[in-house]
Design a protein around this ligand. Structure first.
Ligand SMILES: Cc1cc2nc3c(=O)[nH]c(=O)nc-3n(C[C@H](O)[C@H](O)[C@H](O)COP(=O)(O)OP(=O)(O)OC[C@H]3O[C@@H](n4cnc5c(N)ncnc54)[C@H](O)[C@@H]3O)c2cc1C
Ligand code: SF4
Ligand code: SF4
Length: 625
């Protein structure tokens, strides 16, 4: 009898391979626009396939889309849109047929004053606040807020709709798949593009049955390789494949992706007697910190989406979106509407705010980039859904043209069809107007707002210039940030005490600096931990590698400003032992903010942080967000 050598390693299974014609990474609005346009033209009027597959001769074109999140519409965000591109693709788009959708009815912008005196306001802002207080009798002032007498044209979404991007994506996903011409696979993260000599050959899916570090474990199944003539990269602002291509091909000269924001959103049931009307769109600035923007949009049936954006130019080492959102809700202007509301679901997501300036090389041999990761988001209007969708439709038209003419998906051919369409469209004109609009924010909120107005009025010709700095070049230490408010030794004591308990320090520091404790009500105001259980739920399937890793422990060990810990949207990153943070996948909501919120640069890439954020499964899931 032959006895197996116990020490001999079990050979790893071979990596399976599949061939398709087109493979898409991510199912956000950009890919949805692509697949909508493509799928509706893959069948002839007589029901026969319009194109034959080159990958599987004799079969129709094989089009696959892999989405990281557990279900369609679980990895996206977006609430109000002009819907120009959407309506151009779907002329009979009826908001009545899509849950949570309603036409925009009224829009206002509000400046929120600080009713408790805890925010950090510059002298000029304090002067403006005093001026407003002195004139409040004649201004549209109520509950510590001034309604701007007009809403800037660029912000108006009149004619558009308030909706839930997740619900809309589920609707689109079902429509697209019902054509029978494309397949969408949720819960299937793409690990990387397969690249051979500058040509993208397809994608590799993530390995399963691995330990947290990615090493093969029980039930190891290597991720499949999907080879395709065209890889469509629509993986959003922090996509792994997009970043892989950026690292390989670089960005066009003068381009960068240094501007970001983390958006956190709550979906709430408003009280039964709410006076807020469906279709209401309200934007705020000024509070809880001047740099933080807020929004509240009202859906039908007393449901509202509300949230804040914490931008990369907010120079605070305690830039926690969750805590700041609670203070925003407690502002007297909002609290009279929100008291008695109930949290239905919540989520957080990174918004790429470099816009046109963050545009990468849009095409190459075998690939094309669409959506926010391709620089389509308009940083003046703060709108990315319609723009992302538009890039997808432009690529689909280009692809159909190439398929009809039997021309390959080369860099040159994609340039002449896709890029040409994009450059000739409203998207390009508007993104050029917006390109420098936010530069002024490098000098604070007043300069930023003036810069936006200037860019709008001058059609993008004038702007307040500003040099972008990366987080590790601009974030002060905790001691510096609280200078004049909390003695240095006390900051250190609070931090040491919190980190000793393996919790973030922002709550203790904020409260010591004057922010009141949150009066938890168990409905809307709940602890961060309870929110992870209450509004949506985190799903982190076993057998996958951690998608957040600290690969330069020596940098973490000497990092006193643990930005990653303080800002983490799910409390998934904790201080850890010996200075190297811990990551708990069970709490990660996949906002992607740790990718750009780190106090150190990567020793391997000065544009990137010393933290690894790769493709992964899981996240805080609710289709409403
Ligand atoms: C809180 C918040 C509110 C917003 N509100 C609005 C708004 O009201 N109006 C508006 O116009 N815009 C809004 N935006 C911006 C808008 O959501 C984005 O501009 C838009 O979603 C970009 O679309 P996209 O398809 O390019 O990328 P995304 O929507 O980011 O979609 C990318 C998809 O790719 C998936 N993915 C990523 N990596 C992988 C991988 N490796 N493998 C498989 N799948 C992957 C992701 O899970 C995701 O589903 C908001 C953004 C945020 C964060
Ligand atoms: S990941 Fe970055 S911010 Fe976090 S501890 Fe390490 S160096 Fe500091
Ligand atoms: S660990 Fe997860 S929840 Fe925390 S910042 Fe990173 S992506 Fe967001």
């Amino acid at each position: 009898m032959e006895i197996a050598n116990q020490c001999e390693p079990t050979p790893l299974p071979e990596r399976p391979r599949m061939d398709a014609d087109i493979v898409c990474v991510g199912f956000g609005p950009a890919t949805a626009g692509f697949l909508w346009t493509l799928s509706h033209q893959l069948t002839n009027p007589d029901g026969t396939p319009a194109f034959e597959s080159a990958a599987a001769p004799g079969s129709p074109l094989q089009v696959l889309c892999y989405e990281r999140a557990d279900d369609v519409g679980f990895g996206v965000s977006g609430v109000v849109t002009k819907a120009r591109a959407l309506r151009s693709s779907i002329p009979n788009l009826d908001t009545a047929g899509i849950p949570m959708s309603v036409p925009v009815s009224q829009e206002q912008v509000l400046y929120l004053l600080d009713p408790i005196g805890a925010s950090r306001r510059t002298m000029s802002l304090q002067t403006i606040d005093s001026f407003i207080q002195a004139l409040k009798g004649v201004l549209p002032f109520e509950h510590d807020a001034v309604t701007l007498p007009w809403t800037p044209q660029f912000l108006l979404k009149h004619g558009g709709m308030v909706f839930s991007m997740g619900q809309f994506m589920q609707w689109v996903g079902a429509q697209v798949q019902s054509t029978g011409t494309v397949q969408i696979w949720p819960g299937t993260p793409v690990a990387q593009a397969i690249i051979d000599d500058q040509r993208v050959l397809g994608v590799r899916l993530v390995d399963q049955g691995v330990d947290k570090t990615g090493e093969p474990a029980d039930g190891f199944t290597p991720g499949m390789d999907i080879h395709a003539a065209l890889t469509v990269v629509g993986d959003g602002p922090v996509g792994t494949v997009g970043r892989q291509l950026d690292a390989l091909f670089g960005l066009p000269e003068q381009h960068h992706t240094r501007d970001w924001a983390v958006g956190m959103k709550f979906v709430v049931d408003l009280p039964g007697d709410t006076s807020l009307k469906p279709g209401t769109v309200l934007h705020t600035f000024g509070y809880p910190e001047p740099e933080i923007f807020g929004f509240l949009y009202v859906h039908p049936d007393r449901v509202a989406s509300l949230g804040i954006f914490v931008p990369s130019w907010f120079d605070s080492p305690v830039r926690t979106a969750y805590r700041y959102l609670q203070h925003w809700m407690l502002h007297p202007y909002w609290w009279r509407f929100l008291k008695g509301s109930k949290l239905r679901s919540w989520g957080a997501k990174t918004l790429g705010e470099s816009g046109r300036r963050g545009e990468p090389h849009l095409v190459g041999d075998g690939y094309a980039r669409i959506g926010e990761g391709s620089g389509s988001t308009n940083v003046l209007t703060g709108s990315g859904v319609d723009e992302g969708w538009a890039t997808g439709t432009q690529l689909a038209e280009a692809v159909l043209e190439l398929l009809r003419e039997k021309r390959p998906f080369t860099k040159e051919n994609l340039g002449k069809t896709y890029i040409q369409r994009r450059r000739a469209s409203w998207l390009e004109q508007e993104s050029l107007v917006a390109e420098k609009a936010r530069d002024g924010f490098q000098y604070g909120v007043i300069a930023g707002m003036l810069g936006m107005a200037l860019a709008d009025l001058s059609g993008g010709h004038l702007a307040i210039p500003g040099q972008r700095r990366r987080p590790w070049e601009r974030i002060p230490s905790l001691e510096e940030y609280y200078q004049g408010r909390i003695p240095r030794a006390e900051v250190q004591r609070i931090r040491d005490e919190c980190y000793g308990r393996n919790v973030s320090a922002h709550a203790a520091l904020m409260e010591r600096a004057g922010w009141p404790a949150i009066p938890y009500d168990g409905q809307l105001l709940v602890s961060h931990q309870d929110a992870l259980l209450l509004g949506g739920k985190v799903q982190a399937p076993a057998g996958y590698a951690d998608h957040v890793a600290f690969t330069f422990p020596h940098l973490c060990e000497r990092c006193g400003t643990k930005l990653c810990v303080e800002l983490c949207s799910g409390q998934a990153i904790t201080p850890g032992e010996n200075g190297v943070p811990n990551f708990d996948r069970e709490k990660c909501v996949h906002c992607g903010a740790c990718l750009w919120n780190c106090a150190s640069a990567s020793p391997e890439n000065p544009e990137r942080a010393a933290i690894v954020f790769s493709a992964g499964t899981g996240g805080l899931h609710s289709v409403e967000n």
